[in-house]
Design a protein around this ligand. Structure first.
Ligand code: GLA
Length: 399
């Protein structure tokens, strides 16, 4: 991805009224009352990329039902890039031959009690150089609604060259152009009267967390693309520190889709990935081949106690509360008054950590439940001490 940064503090300050407006979304606001907890489901990109087809999506839907993931909350089946065909003479978007009948596919997914997501770009082309929605926003939104689509990931991609041509280095103008195209698609979706979750994908440019909800986004990517390795996952995940105040029911920071089970990380690292995303109230979109996963992968993706942290009704994203070399403690408050506490070891050898529960906002007399080991953890004088595996995590619920 080309880099694109907004530089001045004055610029950010200028956005504060927008941030305030974003928080007061809801009834009468721009964002619909959707995604009241972070969306959960599956997305084709991380594993299948351009190989996704109708059969892959049906197999993913079947697997979600058969392996218990649907019951655990994974309901969106999201087709990423490369489904798009040409436009017909009237400009209506067609599917390519990998997807013979999108309406039939949506009916199939719905018959399983699941929802179907799709992907497009505000540019003339998507990232994989398929047809984008530029100049056809209303028509495309209507096609999605007619097919029975429930979720749209709208990826800036081809629109970057329009921004470059029109705004050049003018960051404020570029930002406004992004606001305009996302608003345009949000309005087009709203006009269809079908509730469709709107996922913004523009890599966090222009501090999107400050205006994503204002333009009707239910979630917005905060970074570039994730890859299936610890360096990528941890760089993205830990860089979310400080963004918690921009997330809440209906409008979430999105540090990208899960790589759990794709093979590039070990079990400790995948637990870290899942735990960190849960602490971040991040969307949980599995990105692996659901039809061919190991019991260990399924156990990570379906740990109900961890999912309960992610999906907590209060919707308060976690914050980093302590750092000690490569060790970090994060915490988030939960709807019932409990606290989720995660202790991460970002280093490559085992390390002991002593957590002061007060730093995590928990009572020194709290009881701790270890959500991966499924056991009570011992607290002595308001402190909890444990060894944390390299690249590993201890995830606790304090009550
Ligand atoms: C961009 C997005 C990815 C994926 C691809 C598809 O890179 O950030 O998540 O959607 O495009 O082409």
């Amino acid at each position: 991805m080309p880099t694109f940064r907004f530089r001045s503090a004055a610029f950010l300050c200028g956005l504060l009224p927008l941030a305030a407006a974003a928080i007061s979304f809801g009834q009468g606001g721009r964002a619909p009352a959707a995604a009241l907890t972070p969306p959960m489901g599956w997305n084709s990109w991380n594993h299948f990329a351009s190989k996704v087809d109708d059969a892959t999506v049906r197999a993913a839907a079947d697997a979600l039902v058969a392996n218990g993931m649907k019951d655990a909350g994974y309901v969106y089946v999201n087709i990423d890039d490369t489904w798009e065909g040409e436009r017909d003479a009237a400009g209506k978007i067609q599917t390519n031959k990998k997807f013979p009948d999108m309406k039939a596919l949506a009916d199939y997914v719905h018959s399983k009690g699941l929802k179907l997501g799709i992907y497009s770009s505000p540019g003339d082309q998507t990232c994989a150089h398929f047809e984008g929605s530029l100049g056809h926003e209303e028509q495309d939104a209507q096609s999605y609604a007619d097919w029975g689509i429930d979720y749209l990931k709208y990826d800036l991609c081809g629109y970057r060259k329009v921004m470059q041509k029109t705004a050049g280095a003018d960051e404020e103008r570029s930002r406004q152009m992004m606001l305009d195209v996302y608003t345009k698609m949000h309005d087009a979706l709203r006009k269809t009267n079908r509730p469709i979750v709107l996922s913004l994908c523009q890599y966090g440019w222009g501090a999107v967390w400050r205006w994503g909800a204002e333009v009707g986004g239910n979630l917005w990517r905060t970074t570039g693309d994730i890859s299936d390795n610890y360096a990528s996952m941890s760089t993205i995940g830990f860089s979310q520190a400080g963004l918690s105040r921009f997330a809440g029911p209906g409008h979430w920071n999105d540090p990208d889709m899960l790589e759990v089970g794709n093979g590039g990380m070990n079990q400790a690292e995948y637990r870290t990935h899942m735990s960190l995303w849960a602490m971040l109230a991040a969307p949980l979109l599995a990105g692996n081949d659901l039809a061919k996963m190991t019991p260990e992968t399924l156990a990570i993706l379906t740990n109900r106690d961890v999912i309960a942290i992610d999906q907590d009704a209060l919707g308060r994203q976690g914050d980093r509360v302590a750092v000690e070399g490569p060790l970090e403690m994060w915490a988030r408050p939960l709807a019932n008054g409990d606290r989720a506490i995660a202790i991460f070891n970002r280093g490559s050898s085992p390390l002991s950590y002593t957590a002061d529960l007060r730093l995590a906002g928990a009572k020194p007399t709290a009881h701790l439940q270890d959500l991966w080991e499924k056991k009570e953890a011992t607290v002595v004088k308001g402190q909890y001490t444990a060894m944390v595996a390299p690249h590993g995590v201890i995830l606790l619920r304090a009550h």
